[in-house]
Design a protein around this ligand. Structure first.
Ligand SMILES: Nc1ncnc2c1ncn2[C@@H]1O[C@H](COP(=O)(O)OP(=O)(O)OP(=O)(O)O)[C@@H](O)[C@H]1O
Ligand SMILES: [Mg+2]
Length: 220
């Protein structure tokens, strides 16, 4: 049976490959295409929706968001036997590989821009959105990632204000910082494979909420 979700990485740094190699039982199809970005063109002709996760600032949570959105969406949709429904593309966190990013955007239906609640991330994120994402005319959403509730709400509120002042569409769902996400890479796990304890459930819930908010559930 075809998986409902396909995750593609076009990041030459290929941290996803390293991660995917360690996941024994990925809940979605996965491939690395940075050397063959022309392969992305076939995605255009599929009925599946293509979501590009991008921010040319490194380390903002693109790979974490891509794999875990892929995990929760396939958790809901696998077994429906409706074929491939969602494609998530993880992209490079650098300005050098802008051509690769543009190739992904050329086949996209929408764009997700993860951003941490840190002033240092503001300008680089603005560059990606204003110079690369907005010119495509694609719908996009900024998602605040890696907020630690123990730090209080000041940085979070400042980041929301910054995004809103720019009039960028912002996801209501905030992806919280959890150690379990940071360790997951080393342990080769996606959220749907986390142990069944309270913290892991909360961590997982963020991605289910985000997928629901973004409308990546089933079709009627
Ligand atoms: N919500 C989170 N909670 C805890 N750790 C997180 C969270 N989001 C990301 N991280 C950690 O931050 C680091 C960077 O995340 P990630 O690799 O997803 O970013 P990226 O944007 O893909 O980076 P790059 O630009 O290098 O590809 C990783 O160690 C990851 O585990
Ligand atoms: Mg990455």
């Amino acid at each position: 049976m075809t998986s409902s979700v396909y995750v593609v990485s076009i990041d030459p740094q290929a941290s996803t490959v390293w991660w995917a190699d360690r996941i024994t039982d990925l809940p979605f199809d996965f491939s690395q295409e940075h050397e063959t970005p022309e392969n992305l063109k076939v995605l255009q002709d599929l009925p599946a929706k293509v979501h590009v996760v991008c921010n040319q600032k490194g380390g903002v949570g693109k790979t974490t968001s891509t794999l875990n959105l892929g995990a929760v969406v396939s958790n809901v949709l696998n077994g429906q036997n409706r074929g491939l429904q969602h494609v998530f593309i993880d992209t490079p966190g650098s300005l050098q590989d802008e051509n690769l990013l543009l190739k992904a955007l050329a086949v996209a239906d929408d764009v997700i821009v993860p951003m941490p609640p840190e002033p240092l991330a503001f300008d680089p994120t603005a560059r990606t959105i204003e110079k690369v994402v907005q010119p495509t005319g694609l719908p996009y959403r900024v998602v605040i990632n890696n907020w630690d509730p123990r730090d209080g709400v000041v940085d979070l509120e400042q980041t929301k204000e910054y995004i809103d002042a720019k009039a960028w569409p912002r996801a209501q769902t905030v992806l919280r910082r959890y150690k379990v996400h940071t360790r997951a890479a080393a342990e080769g796990q996606v959220v749907t494979q986390y142990p069944k304890n309270r913290v892991a459930m909360e961590a997982r819930e963020d991605f289910f909420r985000l997928a629901l908010e973004l409308g990546y559930g089933g079709q009627s």
